[in-house]
Design a binder for this molecule. Structure first.
Ligand SMILES: O=C(O)CCC(=O)C(=O)O
Ligand SMILES: [Fe+2]
Length: 265
């Protein structure tokens, strides 16, 4: 069964910043991706691009044998079997149709990610690095059943509105500006800054963010996913992923970011 998006869901997406769509991908569509990961990537000696380092690395494994350094942009791999499998899932009419229900502009596939396991992803806003005239939309796909136990995505509803200051009070706008300034300071100084200075920037930023979340009454939401369920999310929403309770579990999942084409000027 393929879930339909109604205009009510567009209203919900605009308001809450995300849509949880059950049974979006079929088991076969999920298995195609799982198989290519198992057969061509998991045991490969090759280096693949990684999200965290933004560079080529070999696979690293947990004690239970799961790849723990998540992969990036497998849709751009030279091996066509790999790239075609990811393009088939993500550069598909099915996903484009889903996105078109919430935004009628054209979107291009920009980045893909694959997680067999990881130690949890720190909460972040994906769109903070893009200009205001581009919109980022993400889709996160459970390729097996995933909950906070094995480490799925979580989001903070309505936090995408923080980028539109008119939604909130002056106090929240000021706090959010502080958080953004600290984030860019953290990015710029990542390589050079000493550790204690980095920690205090990080702490101060997170304190500002915690206060904002309290004031706008946004609580962490992490659905239980069945294989094939997806979350479509606004690139402006605060999100991350749970650290698994145990590394005995995998959490095969994949996600993609799409960017709206620049407006013609
Ligand atoms: O699954 C994760 O750990 C993080 C996913 C994420 O940040 C994304 O898809 O943008
Ligand atoms: Fe993200």
């Amino acid at each position: 069964m393929i879930a339909e998006i109604t205009s009510e869901e567009k209203i919900a997406f605009d308001k809450e910043g995300y849509l949880f769509v059950q049974n979006f991908f079929t088991d076969i569509e999920c298995d195609n991706v799982l198989d290519v990961f198992q057969n061509k990537i998991k045991h490969s000696e090759k280096e693949f691009y990684r999200i965290k380092s933004n560079s080529l690395e070999k696979n690293k494994y947990t004690k239970s044998g799961f790849v723990v350094n998540p992969l990036m942009n497998l849709h751009l791999e030279n091996d066509k079997e790999i790239s075609d499998t990811f393009l088939k899932l993500f550069d598909s009419e099915k996903v484009k149709n889903l996105i078109s229900k919430i935004d009628s502009r054209a979107f291009d596939l920009y980045k893909t990610m694959y997680f067999e396991s990881n130690r949890g992803t720190e909460q972040h806003f994906d769109s903070i690095i893009f200009g205001k005239n581009q919109r980022l939309v993400g889709i996160w796909v459970a390729l097996e059943d995933i909950s906070s136990k094995n480490g799925g995505i979580f989001i903070y509803p309505r936090t995408h509105n923080l980028f539109q200051s008119e939604y909130f009070s002056q106090e929240i706008e000021t706090l959010f500006q502080k958080y953004c300034d600290l984030s860019s300071k953290k990015q710029k100084n990542y390589a050079t800054q000493n550790k204690s200075e980095m920690l205090s920037i990080y702490k101060e930023g997170n304190e500002a963010l915690e206060l904002i979340l309290q004031k706008i009454n946004s609580n962490r939401l992490g659905p239980n996913f069945k294989k094939g369920d997806v979350i479509l999310f606004d690139g402006n929403i605060l999100h991350g992923s749970y650290r698994p309770e145990s590394f005995e579990f995998s959490r095969n999942s994949t996600s993609a970011h799409y960017l709206s084409k620049l407006k013609e000027t």
